[in-house]
Structures are given as C-alpha cells and as structure tokens.
Ligand binder design. Structure first.
Ligand code: UDP
Length: 239
C-alpha cells in the first residue's frame, strides 16, 4: 500500500489517499482542541493511544458483527481504513449524565440514565455543530430515513458492546460520539473511538480518564490516556 496525497486534515487526524481507491490512510495527531476549537493544545502520545485503542475497539466490534471502516494498523500512529463518504452527523450516546447534557438540562453529572440517550449533532463548523433531530436530518438530506434507522440500531448495539468491554477493563463508559460513513452503499462505523471522543471513568475511583482532563485543566492528561490503552493492551485478548 502506498501513501499518496493528503485528502483532509481535521483537528485530530490527517487522511491520505492510497494507490487503492477503496482505502484511506489515517494518521492520528497529538493536537487537542476543545470548546469548538477555542482551547488548543497538545497531548503528547495521544495519536498513538487513539490509533491503537481505536484499532482494538474496531476489531472487537467487527468480531461482534458491527461493520467498521478499520482494515489494519500500519504502525503505532497510523491505520488503513475503508474509504467512506462521511455522513455529517455526530451521533452521541449517553449512559450517564455529563458534559453538555448536565449543563443544558441542569442534571447532576454522574446521574445514571434509565436507558441510553442518543443525540444527533450536525457536523458544521459554520453553524457550530448544532443539536438536530430526525426531522432536521430529513430536511437537510443528511441521511435517508433507512440510513438513520440503521445508524440508531448500530449505535445502540455498539453501546452495549462497548459498555461490556470497558467494564471488563475496570472503566465506566459514560458517553461517546460516533461517526458513520457510506462504503459501497453500506453504512459502516468510521472515525475513531478514543479518550478524545468518549468519557471514560475509572470504575473504583470514578477518576476521569479522558479528554475532560484537558478540557477542565485537571492535569495528568497524558498519563490517563496511556493508562486506558495499557489496560486494553495488557488485558485478555479482545474477542
Ligand atoms: N464529543 C466529541 N466531539 C465533539 C463533541 C463531543 O467527540 O465535537 C464527545 C465527548 O467527548 C463526549 C460526548 O461526545 O464523550 C458527549 O459530549 P457533550 O455533548 O457532553 O459535549 P461537550 O459539552 O463535552 O462538548
């Protein structure tokens, strides 16, 4: 596989074309942003953690019948994925109240939700990623009703699977953000699953092990990211 021209540079990743039009080459960066890009910084080693953790989790999900874009790791910081057209919706799944749900609705952080809450956000820098619903998605033609149903089904299945594996590694999966893409007509999971895109608390101490340490200046950011990957790599085989 040959790495070719850069197609896109996002806040946390660069995407390159390859000599195969069905395959993209992804490079994970250490750059960190929060609050819609207002806070900027760098988390040393983050690219390596997010690449390797995403790979482990994508493999685990694939083994459990969730279609993902993951193909293979290239090295500690890079992976090959199926080329997709990203559906411009951020799909947030919440099991426990935190972040935006706490501040918007006045609910206490840590409140356990009776059933998972799914929220959709329109991926748009121009409009600041506003929250949207099924009707907005239809009117904006972001996804067909069938695709949206598939996204919702997959998101709920992914939540069950991820909650299980994070629990096995001694973590609580509070919430996370997913992105889906279309590859050869099929909706598949894309983007990443990492401490950048999920809230991960230690099961015993309830300590935050994710990007909230950066957002809230809690310190120990690098160590928390490394510890999440260490527990996933060190534990039993992913199956
Ligand atoms: N999230 C993300 N990218 C975003 C916004 C949120 O990955 O642009 C993740 C965030 O890390 C958390 C979940 O989605 O795991 C829910 O985030 P929330 O809506 O609470 O957003 P926040 O208020 O933290 O920006």
């Amino acid at each position: 596989m040959v790495k070719k021209n850069q197609l896109y540079e996002g806040k946390a990743k660069k995407i390159y074309a390859t000599d195969d039009s069905d395959v993209y080459w992804v490079e994970y960066k250490d750059d960190a942003t929060a609050f819609n890009g207002q806070k900027r910084g760098s988390i040393i080693g983050k690219g390596e953690v997010n690449n390797q953790l995403s790979a482990l989790l994508f493999e685990y999900l694939e083994n459990n019948n969730i279609p993902t874009h993951f193909l293979e790791l290239v090295n500690e910081r890079e992976m090959l994925v199926k080329s997709v057209k990203i559906i411009p919706i951020e799909v947030v799944v919440r099991n426990i109240v935190a972040g935006g749900m706490a501040s918007r609705l006045g609910l206490e952080e840590g409140t356990v939700l009776k059933t998972p809450v799914i929220e959709y956000y329109y991926k748009s820098d121009e409009f600041g990623d506003p929250m949207i619903n099924d009707d907005h998605i239809r009117e904006l033609n972001l996804a067909t009703p069938e695709q949206l149903q598939e996204i919702k089904n997959l998101a709920l299945k992914i939540d069950q699977l991820l909650q299980k594996i994070f629990d096995e590694k001694g973590f609580i999966l509070v919430d996370f953000k997913l992105e889906f893409g279309v590859h050869k007509g099929q909706v598949i999971l894309a983007d990443e699953i990492s401490p950048d895109t999920a809230r991960i608390w230690d099961k015993q101490s309830k300590e935050k092990m994710d990007k909230d340490r950066f957002r809230q200046d809690l310190g120990g950011v690098e160590a928390a990211y490394q510890e999440v990957l260490r527990r996933f790599k060190g534990g039993r085989a992913v199956s």
